[in-house]
Design a protein around this ligand. Structure first.
Ligand SMILES: Cc1ncc(COP(=O)(O)O)c(C=O)c1O
Length: 403
């Protein structure tokens, strides 16, 4: 049967008919440059936050075996028990070995559709219409996006940069708290700046949260992609059991699994029925075969993570040394993440520069303006690719800069 759309619907102003909070959420500024350069022959893509490697076979095989076993039914809304146990084992191994540390219980972990879904749940749990969330900035635009979709208002607190590192000034953070503030989103190590909060900075942020009875949403997804030590400082190092902290995590980056959409939210177990409900009413769970793959990644993936970090360190050194040698590029050398956030002398308009680099250098980068307050004037380059390819991208950029 043919269904015809009545003529009266054709002239409808559909955008006027939907919820303003959804309609008015600004688009990601990375996507504009990406769409402009998509499909260009020979372009080296450094704009998106993902590596060039497919997921390693030992992870893929676990998913295949699950499908072959017929694990094609609805999953436990909190996550498969085996994966929650694997997460607890992983967290205990990586974050439990500290003074006062110990074993993590599986019931703290809720499996989500990527880190983004964990972030969405965290925003829903902590802010609502008329309330505010603090975000150190420049920041990954999805923090503000998730807050706006929850109907709330993001308030940006500028990070500061010197030659050595980005830093978070606790006084600025404290000064941004208002009676409407409910939560501080702390992303460390951070996208796009590579900011790595010291233990002292984390403790200072926590002290502010305690003083004003705020939540902290701790996005520590880049905690393992660090070039000094096995992991970056974490709120786990400074928190007490009754601190109001939700942790966002993902399988995406460490184990080359961006397309699998697997992550987790770490939260007080008492929130389990609520989180289960939100999962039920949004995604209704995470595919079981993916969860089997995630468990394999966590249990057997340490050599792969070590190799990822070694490769990224080599790539970081190539791009940082190459661009620094031009004398025209300013940045704090990232000690973690796979992002270089750099400013080019004489090029204040990051969107225009990113579009020109597509055409004139054959390199795709993300404009700093996409990362909000403090981002304009910078470019974000993702160096999570083969060092040879990063060397070629660096050659193209330095040639362009030295023309
Ligand atoms: C800081 C940060 N948090 C969370 C995510 C979410 O990752 P995913 O949804 O792919 O798991 C990203 C992805 O780029 C990110 O940069």
């Amino acid at each position: 049967m043919n269904v015809s759309i009545p003529a009266s619907a054709v002239g409808t102003d559909w955008l006027a008919e939907i919820q303003p909070a959804m309609r008015d959420a600004p688009p990601s500024g990375i996507v504009e440059v990406f769409n402009y350069g998509r499909g260009r022959q020979g372009l080296i893509p450094l704009w998106v936050g993902e590596g060039d490697r497919p997921t390693p076979p030992f992870i893929v095989e676990a998913a295949k075996a699950s499908l072959d076993r017929g694990e094609t039914f609805y999953a436990d809304q909190r996550g498969a028990p085996e994966l929650r146990e694997a997460i607890a084992r992983y967290m205990t191994r990586v974050y439990g070995a500290k003074p006062g540390g110990g074993a993590f219980a599986p019931d703290r972990f809720f499996v989500t559709i990527g880190g983004m879904h964990a972030l969405e749940i965290a925003a829903k749990l902590t802010v609502a219409a008329g309330e505010e969330a603090l975000i150190p900035s420049p920041a990954w635009p999805n923090f503000a996006g998730a807050i706006r979709l929850a109907g709330a208002k993001p308030t940006f607190v500028p990070l500061e940069r010197d030659e050595a590192r980005w830093r978070l000034d606790p006084e600025r953070l404290a000064a941004a708290v208002t009676p409407a503030t409910r939560v501080i989103f702390v992303n460390s190590p951070a996208n796009p700046t590579g900011f790595v909060a010291t233990r002292e900075e984390l403790a200072a942020a926590l002290a502010i949260a305690r003083r004003h009875n705020l939540w902290i949403v701790a996005d520590e997804i880049y905690g393992r992609l660090t070039f000094s030590g096995a992991r970056a400082p974490s709120f786990h190092d400074v928190m007490a059991p009754d601190d109001k902290i939700l942790f966002v995590q993902t399988l995406s980056k460490n184990w080359a699994m961006t397309g699998w959409r697997l992550g987790w939210l770490e939260a007080p177990p008492a929130l389990s029925p609520v989180i289960e409900n939100i999962v039920q009413f949004t995604t209704s769970g995470v595919p079981v075969f993916g969860q089997r793959a995630a468990a394999a990644a966590l249990d057997e993936g340490e050599p792969f993570v070590a190799d990822q970090v070694a490769r990224m360190r080599a790539a970081r050194d190539i791009v940082c040394d190459g661009l620094a040698a031009t004398g025209r590029v300013r940045f704090a050398r990232p000690e973690a993440t796979f992002y270089l956030f750099c400013a080019v002398d004489g090029e204040p308009d990051s969107r225009a520069l990113a579009l020109r680099l597509v055409d004139e250098a054959g390199v795709g980068v993300a404009p700093g303006a996409a990362f909000g307050l403090g981002g304009e004037g910078y470019l974000r380059l993702c160096f999570g690719r083969a060092p040879d390819e990063i060397a070629e991208a660096t050659r193209r950029l330095t040639n362009w800069l030295e023309r």
